[in-house]
Design a protein around this ligand. Structure first.
Ligand code: CA
Length: 225
């Protein structure tokens, strides 16, 4: 079983690698979030052990981006000691389990075995970018604890942006995915709907999750960049 370990502290990463290899796992180690995201998207790991504090993109952002890309590999997040907020946040961003540092290796391997048994077939029910959450099944949306009412089309647009969070999306790709391909109206309809989403999800909460990229389109960012 192949496991991806994401940890920038070299000695800890080496320790985890040696320990897991001794248990019979094949282990890849990376030290930064962007590389972790690429590796975990590209290769079919049995599980990912993901540290929170990483250079560049932190563990929460990596986890949220994986789920947004519909990668459901089980993720075990390594949090700071007494990091209750981290633990809650890890689960909110789609992690399956967490373990506070410093941890015992016996507990790490036991948790990992449990995750591997469970497998990647359970989809998290909620898409999230920071405290912006969407339940695709129930078609419900929240900013923090506040539920926000969106129309069906607005919800579909938000879902599209959340599934591609961190990426630039063109107006054309929005039209292709959110409107049906027989749509022959004014493509500026996308602008109208983006404005509506901002007015409902960003402005009242003083956020700017959806940014305009001049000449390209839009990007939704974790925590509202
Ligand atoms: Ca770290």
């Amino acid at each position: 079983m192949r496991v991806l370990v994401v940890e920038d502290e070299t000695s800890l990463a080496d320790g985890i690698r040696r320990g897991l290899e001794a248990e019979g796992y094949a282990v890849d180690v990376v030290g930064d979030g962007a590389e972790a995201l690429w590796m975990a998207t590209e290769y079919p790991y049995g599980a990912v052990v993901l540290d929170v504090m990483l250079p560049g993109m932190d563990g929460f952002a990596v986890c949220a981006a994986l789920r947004a890309r519909e990668v459901w590999t089980p993720v075990l997040v390594l949090t700071a000691r007494d990091g209750e907020r981290d633990e809650a946040r890890a689960l909110d961003t789609g992690a399956d389990d967490f373990l506070a540092k410093p941890f015992s290796f016996v507990v790490l391997t036991a948790r990992l075995r449990a995750l591997l048994r469970r497998g990647a077939d359970r989809r998290p029910t909620v898409l999230a970018a920071g405290d912006l959450r969407l339940d695709p099944g129930a078609r419900r949306v929240w900013r923090g604890d506040t539920e926000v009412e969106l129309t069906a089309r607005e919800t579909s647009l938000l879902e599209f942006l959340l599934r591609r969070q961190g990426e630039a999306v063109t107006k054309k790709s929005v039209l292709d995915h959110v409107w049906d391909d027989r749509f022959e109206g004014d493509p500026n309809i996308v602008e109208v709907y983006v404005r509506r989403l901002r007015n409902k999800l960003d402005r009242p909460f003083r956020r700017e999750a959806i940014t305009t990229i001049r000449g390209v389109g839009y990007r939704l960012e974790v925590d509202g960049g």
